[in-house]
Design a protein around this ligand. Structure first.
Ligand SMILES: Nc1ncnc2c1ncn2[C@@H]1O[C@H](COP(=O)(O)OP(=O)(O)OP(=O)(O)O)[C@@H](O)[C@H]1O
Length: 375
């Protein structure tokens, strides 16, 4: 009876989890030789492992990624970009665990962006608030509403569901930078995993986006300017399926619903293709990342240069950054500005004097507001 319930529980879970994983039904020994029975087959290596050895392998691989790339220095203040989803929840948990186990000497903070999506982000942020207590890491939440004067709910009501992911992605990227600046952290870490990176490599190849193709496999990204806060991906080589397994077996508290506004269709195709490749050959994910890492751009190919947005002072490859252009379009009732052709942008943007060095304006016209710093 007990065995039946045990197996039934896993079958239900496997069906429930979108990314179902392979578990061991017949009793076989853990491949590490620890003497315990294996309960799962690792998607990345095919090894049959017991729960404890899987946890150890997972954590040690992340530790290796962190140390090999020298992601942190002792004493650094690091923001974990926390959405409440599986990846960033596991990241926050593992960062805390490794910081204690290996004495990294880091001070951690959870940084969440509330995009203003009713029935999705409000619920996932409740998870992050519980994580704050569970992991004893302070939490700072910043919203699009306070940063930009718009929620995603309102943006979608203006632009519809076709291009809304563009707004969300551009604003989130900058919101994380701005949150990090307000908190004065040294680094940001995100839960992007190996599947995300392999998907991005595929997408950039399909779009012929050489500049992004060159950057997307970097484990840490900084701009040339000294003012941008470094962003890194400790899960660069960690498979999504293993993150789900880790969260499940550790019984971590995370939010697993997809965004209610249609997910980015193009990425969806790359994802489906990658999942199909993974079924045939699980190493496809790592192989695609390695291919991306090995590509180099021929000398003489024109690449976009990085500069500072003349309006808000954040990094940009154009005179006005994408966030300022999108926001201007929303505020002027022209939400398509910034989505299509760039030729019309300049005539619509009123030029505001360039900010003083070291002074970044908040996009809706307000200077850095101390109230935003309240925890
Ligand atoms: N609202 C948010 N607030 C803070 N960080 C975020 C937010 N949304 C995404 N991130 C960061 O960006 C990473 C990748 O986000 P993405 O939207 O691809 O979600 P995901 O792959 O489902 O990750 P997760 O499971 O952590 O939600 C997340 O792991 C997290 O670190």
């Amino acid at each position: 009876m007990y065995i039946f319930l045990f197996i039934y529980r896993y079958i239900i879970l496997a069906k429930k989890q979108k990314h179902c994983f392979q578990y061991i039904e017949m009793p076989i020994k853990c491949n590490t030789g620890c003497g315990k029975n294996a309960i799962l087959k690792r998607p990345k290596t095919g090894h049959a492992l017991c729960k404890e050895c899987f946890f150890w392998a997972f954590e040690e691989e992340v530790h290796h990624t962190i140390t090999a790339a020298q992601l942190f220095k002792p004493g650094e203040y690091v923001a974990v970009a926390a959405s409440g989803g599986k990846d960033s929840t596991v990241l926050a948990y593992v960062m805390k665990l490794l910081n204690d186990r290996y004495d990294y000497g880091l001070k951690l903070v959870l940084l969440s962006i509330d995009e203003g999506i009713t029935g999705y982000r409000d619920d996932s942020l409740e998870t992050v608030k519980r994580n704050e207590q569970q992991y004893d890491i302070p939490l700072k939440i910043l919203s699009y509403e306070e940063l930009y004067g718009w929620t995603m709910d309102r943006i979608v009501s203006q632009v519809g569901r076709k291009n809304n992911c563009t707004f969300c992605g551009v604003f989130r990227r900058q919101a994380l930078d701005r949150g990090a600046e307000l908190l004065k952290v040294d680094k940001i870490v995100t839960g992007h995993n190996a599947d995300d990176i392999a998907e991005t490599v595929l997408m950039n190849i399909l779009r012929g986006d050489i500049a992004r193709l060159q950057r997307c496999t970097l484990i840490e990204t900084t701009s040339d300017g000294e003012e941008t806060i470094a962003r890194s991906k400790p899960f660069k080589y960690t498979y999504e399926k293993e993150i789900v397994m880790y969260a499940y077996f550790k019984k971590l508290d995370y939010f697993s619903t997809e965004c209610i506004y249609s997910p980015n269709a193009y990425r969806g195709h790359a994802r489906t293709h990658l999942k199909n490749l993974e079924k045939i050959r699980p190493t496809s994910i790592i192989d695609i990342i390695h291919s991306g890492e090995s590509l180099s751009v021929r000398e003489g190919v024109r690449m976009p240069s990085q500069m500072t947005c003349v309006r808000c002072g954040h990094i940009s490859s154009q005179e006005f950054c994408k966030a300022c252009v999108l926001l201007e379009g929303l505020n002027k009732g022209k939400p398509k500005l910034g989505i299509g052709k760039t030729s019309k942008i300049k005539e619509h943007m009123e030029t505001i004097p360039e900010p003083q060095k070291g002074e970044k304006t908040i996009l809706n016209g307000v200077k850095t507001d101390k109230k935003l710093l309240d925890f």
